[in-house]
Design a protein around this ligand. Structure first.
Ligand code: FE2
Length: 208
């Protein structure tokens, strides 16, 4: 007698056919007690970037990259679009014990990973690896993986990325590459839900 075939492992594979659908599925996933990093990453990667769907959120600044809130995830996550002009980049930063997903919507971004500096250290931070993320790719990082810097190294093309942070946070630490010294920074939004935020101050924003 033939042995019955093992039932295939049922991993739910989502495909987000639009930004709106991506947000709907994210709400569903994050309403559960446990969320799988792989599942969220695969879902975000499955969305094929369509500028018509996100252009309303993509507000650029001449001098530095911007953070634009798209959805506040029912308190469970923040979804935002970051707009990177030519040569714009972040500091080296941590992620405040949250999960961080970063999907490229347009252009390329270079991600450089660093080890956490030694507690008593006072020297150049150790670069672990670097890679270039391309359109539709989705990267993931958290504090146990390390720290990173994100840059649009192109001098001719801007870049746009979609970030999900869970749980949401509004401050993180940035690190000086030469000394490893950190300082806490508060992060702000350049726009929320497609509307430019008022009183955007000169306080430095940080990517996370
Ligand atoms: Fe980050």
């Amino acid at each position: 007698m033939e042995a019955p075939m093992a039932a295939p492992v049922q991993t739910e594979m989502w495909k987000a056919r639009s930004l709106a659908e991506l947000i709907r599925i994210l709400h569903r996933l994050f309403s559960e007690d446990k969320v799988s990093v792989e599942e969220v990453q695969a879902l975000m990667e499955s969305y094929e970037s369509n500028p018509e769907e996100w252009l309303q959120y993509a507000k650029f600044d001449q001098y530095r990259y911007t953070r634009n809130l798209v959805d506040s995830g029912n308190g469970k996550f923040n979804l935002m679009i970051l707009c990177w002009g030519e040569g714009h980049g972040s500091s080296i930063h941590d992620h405040t014990d949250s999960h961080c997903f970063m999907k490229i919507l347009q252009g390329n971004l270079k991600e450089t990973l660093f080890d956490w500096p030694e507690k008593k250290g006072n020297g150049e931070m150790t670069k672990k690896s670097e890679r270039v993320l391309r359109e539709n790719q989705c990267a993931y990082i958290n504090d146990s993986i390390g720290l990173h810097r994100v840059e649009n190294i192109s001098h001719t093309e801007s870049a746009v990325s979609l970030h999900l942070y869970s749980p949401p946070f509004d401050s993180c630490n940035t690190f000086d590459q030469r000394t490893g010294h950190k300082h806490k920074v508060k992060m702000t939004f350049y726009s929320k839900f497609g509307e430019r935020t008022l009183c955007a101050t000169a306080v430095p924003q940080e990517n996370n």
